[in-house]
Every structure is written in C-alpha cells, then in structure tokens.
Design a protein. Structure first.
Length: 289
C-alpha cells in the first residue's frame, strides 16, 4: 500500500532506473504487483518489454545522456503531474587495481553510478517540492561503508552516493521529500560477471598486479556463488521488498542495509581498527609486491 500521508492530488508514480536486470527489474515487478504506478526504464526498451505484462509502463532512459533523462522525467510529469518516487538503481561494478583502471573506465563508472544518480535527483526534485511530497531512493551498497582491494573505483562511487544521500536528506526534508539509502549486501544478480569482465587486460599475465587481479576475479565469483557470504546473501527480491517498505513508511529510515551479509560486514568494518581490517584482507587477497 502507498503511503497515505500525501494529499490526494500528489503524484505517487514511481520512476525506476536500470530495470533490464536484477534489482531494478525485481523492484519494478514487486511495486507494480502491489498497486504502485511504476515507470520502468532502461537504455533499450526491448530489454524491458515484458515488464508491461507485469503492470509496468516502460520508457527509454540512459543515465549517461542528459536529453534521455530529461525526456523520461518530462514523460512521467506530463502523465502524472510529477515523479512521486525516484528509485536510482542504475549502476554496475568493475574490478581491478586502481593503478591499472583506464581513465575512460573510471569516468564511465562515475557517470553511471554517481553523475546519473545526481542528475536524475535534480530533475525530479522540483516536482516533488511543488507537491510537498516525494521519495528519492538511492540504491547504494554495503561497499559504500568499507572497501575491498580490487574494487577501489566502484567503492569510490558508492562512498559518493552515501555523501550525496546524506546531504540531500537534510536539504529537502523541509519540502516534504525523504531521501533513503538502500545498502544491499551480496545479491545474486549479474553483478559479479560485470565486475570481473571489467578487469584491466592491458598489463598481461606478467604485470605487477597479474596475480592480484586473478585472485580478485576468483574471489568475486566465489563470494556470489559459494561460501559463508553467499549463504548470508539474497536475491534481488530482498531489495525490492525493502524499497517498498521504505517508500511506504511515513518516516523512513536514512539507511536500510539489506541481507545479513551487509549487516555483518558493515558492523565488522566499523568495529575493526584499520590495521586489523587490512590484516583480515591480507588473509583473503595476495598483497601486490
């Protein structure tokens, strides 16, 4: 059920980015099944065509393209009066030692995970302020609270999402808009495959980070497929359920860790001194030398 607190005329339409797979797709299906008006988006409409049969309305949206973002927000605003709920889900991960990640890959990672999220928020906030109600839900990560070696660029984007969410939460609360940060842990999607596919290849098998990158690739796959962390993880539906809880709440929390893996690792990293954390990581990853 939608939050009963907004006025009868306030739009509660939900716009979700990155719905072609994983968390975005599951969230669109989940919310539509529970009566929310959902606009599911992706760069390619054919990738989300089947969501129409699940009750969603579909739009093309590329969070790396200003005209595409503006067009999607305009379409929802024209149909509904405003975007009532924005779920900033579009994002991906890539792995590799910081020194070896090509500048163009770094920029692409920030363009999707940070700049797209920021610009979408900027585009929907005027409509939310005008109706004195709205929810901005940012899909961050437990990786915004600690850093694994080999994921520095990805973690940097998620740390940025934490900062943006904290700032916006304070700045827009007085206008009746809530900003919520979702921090998924191990979620079984195509996330691992994408991260491993992005490993730097230019240094070859004899480069200074060759053994390290190979171990990062194996560890990334393993954590999503087997072992303790995989057992403490969940499917994308777990995130969808938390998103619904957050946007339905009259007073949502600032942060929602999702899965036991997120709660465990966030707590562990917060309690351990940096040297102890680094020592723990050295037991899992070969330190380049």
């Amino acid at each position: 059920m939608a939050d009963p607190s907004p006025s009868r005329t306030a739009s509660r339409a939900v716009l979700i980015t990155g719905c072609s797979t994983g968390i975005g797709r599951a969230t669109a299906q989940h919310l539509a099944a529970r009566g929310w008006t959902v606009y599911a988006t992706a760069r390619r409409l054919e990738a989300i065509a089947e969501l129409e049969s699940a009750g969603c309305r579909t739009l093309p949206l590329d969070v790396g393209d200003e005209a595409s973002m503006q067009a999607a927000v305009d379409a929802v605003t024209e149909a509904e009066g405003a975007v009532g709920v924005l779920v900033n889900n579009a994002g991906y991960s890539q792995s590799g030692a910081v020194e070896e990640v090509a500048p163009e890959r770094v920029r692409a990672q920030f363009e999707t995970n940070v700049f797209g999220l920021l610009r979408m928020s900027q585009l929907v906030l005027p409509g939310m302020r005008a109706q004195r109600w709205g929810k901005v839900v940012n899909i961050g990560s437990m990786g915004g609270r600690f850093t694994f070696p080999g994921g520095g660029i990805y973690h940097a984007t998620k740390y940025a999402v934490e900062a943006l969410s904290d700032a916006m939460r304070f700045e827009v609360k007085g206008f009746g808009v809530d900003v919520v940060l979702i921090e998924p842990g191990i979620i079984r999607t195509q996330f691992a495959e994408t991260a491993v596919a992005g490993l730097p290849e230019g240094q070859g098998s004899d480069g200074p980070y060759a053994e390290f990158n190979a171990t990062v690739a194996k560890a990334t796959r393993d954590v999503y497929e087997k072992g303790l962390m995989a057992k403490l993880g969940g499917g994308p539906e777990a995130v969808a359920q938390v998103v619904e809880r957050a946007i339905s709440a009259r007073r949502p929390k600032a942060r929602y860790p999702v899965t036991a893996s997120a709660r465990l690792l966030i707590t562990q990293s917060g309690l351990m001194p940096d040297r102890a954390w680094d020592a723990m990581l050295r037991s899992q990853f070969p330190q380049p030398r």
